[in-house]
Design a protein around this ligand. Sequence first.
Ligand SMILES: Nc1ncnc2c1ncn2[C@@H]1O[C@H](COP(=O)(O)OP(=O)(O)OP(=O)(O)O)[C@@H](O)[C@H]1O
Length: 282
Amino acid sequence: MANLDWREIVYQEPQPELSGDATAGYGHVMQPGVDLSHGVALYLDDISVSFDGFRALNKLSLSLDVGELRCIIGPNGAGKTTMMDVITGKTRPDSGTAFFGQTIDLLKLREAEVVAAGVGRKFQKPTVFEDLSVQDNLELALKSDKRARNTLFFRLSAAQRQRVEEVLEQIRLHDQAARRAGDLSHGQKQWLEIGMLLMLEPQLLLLDEPVAGMTDFETDRTAELFISLAGNHTLMVVEHDMEFVRKIAHKVTVLHEGSVLAEGSLEQVQANERVVEVYLGR
Ligand SMILES: Nc1ncnc2c1ncn2[C@@H]1O[C@H](COP(=O)(O)OP(=O)(O)OP(=O)(O)O)[C@@H](O)[C@H]1O
């Protein structure tokens, strides 16, 4: 790592132009403002997606309040990934409505524009840059921000340096800042990747099976992290680990066959006859 100056070697790719009013200044990024004043961070209504005639999402309607930590559960094939793909612009629905805040029509944005608007997505597998330090990974997240035009001779502003420090504290990797990311534990890598998302200060975070493969200790730490992020961010967490869901969830949405089957506290949904049927196959 010592001789590798990634500032010189990465991000020489052409920068795609953004539509809308996203602008980037010298080390300071302006986001097209998401209007959260009505208290709704995400609004999905009547969303349907078909693959070769198979309905992966079937008139799905769901909304998340600003600052909420929502857990999404459901059996394999329920449509959880497809829903996240719709939110992030990866999959276009056949019909329906999807708004981020009051004014941002997600179905009109490309994937990079959804990120720029303030939606961060964490896939199941960690994808940190193994040969870079923890700190460099976080700085790189800023550089990878397609809104930052002046990337080649990028220097962090004081505010960005402070943000790196804050995020290191948040993800509890402060004492690991200089460590090679590839030498971190699986859980630490997951936290680092979440930290990379946090560098861009997303309003909405989509997290796909974040504790899969983690030790109990790491899972507990992740629960604390998510609880600390809620309020300042809106979190949608897809997770099969019910013990983890129990630790973090106020409200749980159960998906089944592309629709919402039940919604409520974990106790409420676990007591729901239809949910029991779906999970136990009765
Ligand atoms: N690109 C695709 N082409 C065809 N079928 C697809 C495609 N993507 C998803 N599906 C199907 O749509 C349904 C919903 O899949 P999805 O991955 O959204 O479910 P999921 O709830 O995320 O499942 P899991 O918990 O296993 O990840 C599944 O039956 C899946 O096979």
